[in-house]
Design a protein around this ligand. Structure first.
Ligand code: SAM
Length: 216
Protein backbone atom coordinates (compact mmCIF):
# COMPACT_ATOMS: atom_id res chain seq x y z
CA UNK A 1 0.00 0.00 0.00
CA UNK A 2 2.73 2.48 0.97
CA UNK A 3 4.69 1.75 -2.22
CA UNK A 4 1.56 2.25 -4.34
CA UNK A 5 0.87 5.67 -2.82
CA UNK A 6 4.54 6.66 -2.84
CA UNK A 7 4.39 6.28 -6.60
CA UNK A 8 1.06 8.10 -6.87
CA UNK A 9 1.86 10.98 -4.51
CA UNK A 10 3.58 13.35 -6.93
CA UNK A 11 0.68 13.47 -9.39
CA UNK A 12 -2.14 12.49 -7.04
CA UNK A 13 -3.90 15.88 -7.03
CA UNK A 14 -4.12 15.86 -10.83
CA UNK A 15 -4.85 12.18 -11.42
CA UNK A 16 -7.42 12.04 -8.62
CA UNK A 17 -9.61 14.44 -10.61
CA UNK A 18 -10.32 11.45 -12.87
CA UNK A 19 -10.99 9.17 -9.89
CA UNK A 20 -12.89 6.86 -9.97
CA UNK A 21 -13.85 7.85 -13.53
CA UNK A 22 -13.76 11.00 -15.67
CA UNK A 23 -16.80 13.16 -14.88
CA UNK A 24 -17.28 11.86 -11.32
CA UNK A 25 -18.19 14.96 -9.25
CA UNK A 26 -15.40 14.46 -6.74
CA UNK A 27 -15.14 18.01 -5.41
CA UNK A 28 -18.91 18.28 -4.95
CA UNK A 29 -18.93 15.00 -3.02
CA UNK A 30 -16.06 16.17 -0.80
CA UNK A 31 -17.95 19.38 -0.08
CA UNK A 32 -21.04 17.35 0.76
CA UNK A 33 -19.04 15.14 3.14
CA UNK A 34 -17.55 18.17 4.89
CA UNK A 35 -21.01 19.76 5.25
CA UNK A 36 -22.21 16.49 6.84
CA UNK A 37 -19.61 16.99 9.60
CA UNK A 38 -21.58 20.01 10.87
CA UNK A 39 -18.35 21.81 11.81
CA UNK A 40 -18.28 25.14 13.60
CA UNK A 41 -15.45 27.64 14.03
CA UNK A 42 -13.04 26.44 16.70
CA UNK A 43 -13.81 22.73 16.27
CA UNK A 44 -11.28 19.90 16.22
CA UNK A 45 -11.50 17.58 13.22
CA UNK A 46 -9.49 14.50 12.22
CA UNK A 47 -9.00 13.58 8.55
CA UNK A 48 -8.22 9.83 8.51
CA UNK A 49 -6.01 8.70 5.60
CA UNK A 50 -5.87 12.35 4.55
CA UNK A 51 -3.49 11.75 1.63
CA UNK A 52 -2.25 15.02 0.14
CA UNK A 53 -4.86 17.01 2.05
CA UNK A 54 -7.44 17.59 -0.67
CA UNK A 55 -10.10 18.01 2.04
CA UNK A 56 -8.07 20.53 4.03
CA UNK A 57 -9.25 23.76 2.33
CA UNK A 58 -12.89 22.80 2.96
CA UNK A 59 -12.17 21.76 6.55
CA UNK A 60 -10.14 24.90 7.27
CA UNK A 61 -12.90 27.07 5.90
CA UNK A 62 -15.31 25.43 8.36
CA UNK A 63 -13.17 25.44 11.53
CA UNK A 64 -11.26 28.70 11.01
CA UNK A 65 -7.91 29.56 12.50
CA UNK A 66 -9.18 28.85 16.02
CA UNK A 67 -9.93 25.23 15.18
CA UNK A 68 -7.61 22.25 14.98
CA UNK A 69 -7.09 19.85 12.09
CA UNK A 70 -5.25 16.54 12.47
CA UNK A 71 -4.39 14.63 9.29
CA UNK A 72 -3.32 10.99 9.59
CA UNK A 73 -1.86 8.91 6.79
CA UNK A 74 0.38 5.89 6.34
CA UNK A 75 2.36 7.12 3.33
CA UNK A 76 5.23 9.55 3.88
CA UNK A 77 5.15 10.87 0.29
CA UNK A 78 1.42 11.69 0.51
CA UNK A 79 2.01 13.50 3.81
CA UNK A 80 4.87 15.50 2.26
CA UNK A 81 2.37 16.82 -0.31
CA UNK A 82 -0.05 17.58 2.50
CA UNK A 83 2.73 19.48 4.30
CA UNK A 84 3.38 21.50 1.12
CA UNK A 85 -0.31 22.41 1.02
CA UNK A 86 -0.30 23.46 4.69
CA UNK A 87 2.72 25.69 4.09
CA UNK A 88 1.30 27.16 0.88
CA UNK A 89 -1.91 28.18 2.66
CA UNK A 90 -0.06 29.26 5.82
CA UNK A 91 -2.31 27.25 8.15
CA UNK A 92 -0.89 27.08 11.67
CA UNK A 93 -3.50 24.79 13.18
CA UNK A 94 -2.72 21.57 11.28
CA UNK A 95 -0.93 18.57 12.75
CA UNK A 96 0.12 15.76 10.38
CA UNK A 97 0.72 12.30 11.79
CA UNK A 98 2.28 9.40 9.94
CA UNK A 99 0.63 6.23 11.17
CA UNK A 100 -1.51 3.29 10.23
CA UNK A 101 -5.07 4.52 10.85
CA UNK A 102 -5.81 1.30 12.76
CA UNK A 103 -2.95 2.06 15.20
CA UNK A 104 -3.62 5.78 15.50
CA UNK A 105 -4.24 7.02 19.02
CA UNK A 106 -7.17 9.40 18.48
CA UNK A 107 -7.13 12.44 20.77
CA UNK A 108 -10.20 12.52 23.03
CA UNK A 109 -13.29 14.70 22.78
CA UNK A 110 -13.03 15.53 19.08
CA UNK A 111 -15.90 17.25 17.28
CA UNK A 112 -15.69 15.39 13.99
CA UNK A 113 -13.86 12.70 12.00
CA UNK A 114 -13.75 12.40 8.23
CA UNK A 115 -12.35 9.80 5.86
CA UNK A 116 -12.67 10.10 2.08
CA UNK A 117 -11.84 7.51 -0.60
CA UNK A 118 -9.64 5.53 1.75
CA UNK A 119 -11.32 3.38 4.41
CA UNK A 120 -12.43 0.63 2.01
CA UNK A 121 -8.69 0.11 1.36
CA UNK A 122 -7.63 0.07 5.02
CA UNK A 123 -7.36 -3.47 6.44
CA UNK A 124 -8.31 -2.53 10.02
CA UNK A 125 -11.29 -0.38 9.03
CA UNK A 126 -13.57 -1.70 11.81
CA UNK A 127 -10.98 -0.74 14.43
CA UNK A 128 -10.52 2.68 12.88
CA UNK A 129 -14.24 3.32 13.07
CA UNK A 130 -14.55 2.00 16.63
CA UNK A 131 -11.50 3.93 17.90
CA UNK A 132 -12.75 7.10 16.23
CA UNK A 133 -16.24 6.65 17.64
CA UNK A 134 -14.79 6.26 21.14
CA UNK A 135 -12.86 9.53 20.73
CA UNK A 136 -15.86 11.55 19.50
CA UNK A 137 -17.68 13.83 21.87
CA UNK A 138 -21.43 13.13 22.25
CA UNK A 139 -23.16 14.26 19.08
CA UNK A 140 -19.87 14.66 17.18
CA UNK A 141 -19.96 13.32 13.63
CA UNK A 142 -18.07 10.47 11.95
CA UNK A 143 -18.41 10.80 8.17
CA UNK A 144 -17.12 8.37 5.54
CA UNK A 145 -17.20 9.01 1.79
CA UNK A 146 -15.99 6.14 -0.36
CA UNK A 147 -16.62 3.98 -3.39
CA UNK A 148 -18.66 0.81 -3.68
CA UNK A 149 -20.25 -1.46 -6.23
CA UNK A 150 -23.98 -0.89 -6.82
CA UNK A 151 -26.07 -3.44 -4.89
CA UNK A 152 -28.02 -4.41 -7.97
CA UNK A 153 -24.86 -5.38 -9.86
CA UNK A 154 -24.64 -9.18 -10.18
CA UNK A 155 -21.30 -10.52 -8.99
CA UNK A 156 -20.38 -11.78 -12.45
CA UNK A 157 -20.95 -8.28 -13.90
CA UNK A 158 -18.76 -6.63 -11.21
CA UNK A 159 -16.01 -9.08 -12.16
CA UNK A 160 -16.37 -8.26 -15.84
CA UNK A 161 -16.27 -4.54 -14.99
CA UNK A 162 -13.14 -5.00 -12.93
CA UNK A 163 -11.52 -7.01 -15.69
CA UNK A 164 -12.29 -4.29 -18.22
CA UNK A 165 -11.20 -1.25 -16.22
CA UNK A 166 -8.47 -2.81 -14.13
CA UNK A 167 -6.54 -6.03 -14.13
CA UNK A 168 -5.24 -5.72 -10.59
CA UNK A 169 -5.89 -8.71 -8.35
CA UNK A 170 -6.30 -6.40 -5.36
CA UNK A 171 -9.25 -4.61 -6.96
CA UNK A 172 -10.86 -7.93 -7.75
CA UNK A 173 -10.39 -8.86 -4.11
CA UNK A 174 -11.88 -5.48 -3.06
CA UNK A 175 -15.05 -6.26 -5.02
CA UNK A 176 -15.31 -9.74 -3.57
CA UNK A 177 -14.73 -8.52 0.01
CA UNK A 178 -17.35 -5.72 -0.20
CA UNK A 179 -15.55 -3.57 2.41
CA UNK A 180 -18.28 -0.89 2.38
CA UNK A 181 -20.54 -3.42 4.14
CA UNK A 182 -18.04 -3.79 6.97
CA UNK A 183 -17.89 -0.01 7.25
CA UNK A 184 -21.66 0.21 7.50
CA UNK A 185 -21.80 -2.52 10.16
CA UNK A 186 -18.99 -0.98 12.20
CA UNK A 187 -20.60 2.47 12.08
CA UNK A 188 -23.96 1.00 13.05
CA UNK A 189 -22.33 -0.74 16.02
CA UNK A 190 -20.49 2.26 17.45
CA UNK A 191 -22.50 5.37 16.49
CA UNK A 192 -26.04 6.70 16.74
CA UNK A 193 -28.43 7.81 14.02
CA UNK A 194 -26.44 6.39 11.12
CA UNK A 195 -27.42 7.75 7.74
CA UNK A 196 -26.27 5.97 4.59
CA UNK A 197 -26.67 7.73 1.26
CA UNK A 198 -25.91 6.08 -2.05
CA UNK A 199 -24.29 8.45 -4.54
CA UNK A 200 -23.77 8.27 -8.29
CA UNK A 201 -26.07 5.29 -8.92
CA UNK A 202 -24.66 3.32 -6.01
CA UNK A 203 -21.01 3.60 -7.04
CA UNK A 204 -20.20 5.69 -3.96
CA UNK A 205 -21.67 6.25 -0.50
CA UNK A 206 -21.75 8.88 2.19
CA UNK A 207 -22.19 7.51 5.71
CA UNK A 208 -22.60 9.70 8.78
CA UNK A 209 -23.20 8.82 12.42
CA UNK A 210 -23.19 10.58 15.77
CA UNK A 211 -20.88 9.97 18.73
CA UNK A 212 -22.57 8.38 21.76
CA UNK A 213 -23.00 10.04 25.10
CA UNK A 214 -20.48 8.10 27.21
CA UNK A 215 -21.09 10.16 30.34
CA UNK A 216 -17.79 12.04 30.04
C1 SAM B 1 -7.14 7.24 -2.48
S1 SAM B 1 -6.11 8.00 -1.27
C2 SAM B 1 -7.30 9.14 -0.52
C3 SAM B 1 -6.61 10.30 0.12
C4 SAM B 1 -7.55 11.39 0.62
N1 SAM B 1 -8.35 10.92 1.72
C5 SAM B 1 -8.42 11.93 -0.49
O1 SAM B 1 -9.64 11.94 -0.35
O2 SAM B 1 -7.85 12.38 -1.49
C6 SAM B 1 -5.95 6.75 -0.02
C7 SAM B 1 -5.02 7.16 1.11
O3 SAM B 1 -5.15 6.20 2.15
C8 SAM B 1 -3.87 6.06 2.74
N2 SAM B 1 -3.85 4.80 3.49
C9 SAM B 1 -3.97 3.56 2.98
N3 SAM B 1 -3.94 2.65 3.98
C10 SAM B 1 -3.81 3.35 5.13
C11 SAM B 1 -3.74 2.98 6.50
N4 SAM B 1 -3.78 1.70 6.90
N5 SAM B 1 -3.63 3.97 7.43
C12 SAM B 1 -3.57 5.27 7.04
N6 SAM B 1 -3.63 5.67 5.77
C13 SAM B 1 -3.75 4.72 4.81
C14 SAM B 1 -2.91 6.11 1.57
O4 SAM B 1 -1.59 6.41 1.98
C15 SAM B 1 -3.55 7.22 0.74
O5 SAM B 1 -3.02 8.47 1.06
Amino acid sequence: MIETYRKKAKHYDVTSRLYPAPGYPQHAQRARAVRALGLRPGDTVIDVACGTGLNFPLLEQAIGSGGRLVGVDLTDAMLERAEDRVEAYGWRNVCLVRNDAAQFDFPGDVHAILSTYALTQVPGREQVIAHGAAALRAGGRWVVLDLKIPDSTPRWLSKVGVAVVHTSGSLDEWVARRPWETIREAMQASLEDLTWTELCFGTAFLAAGLGLDRGR
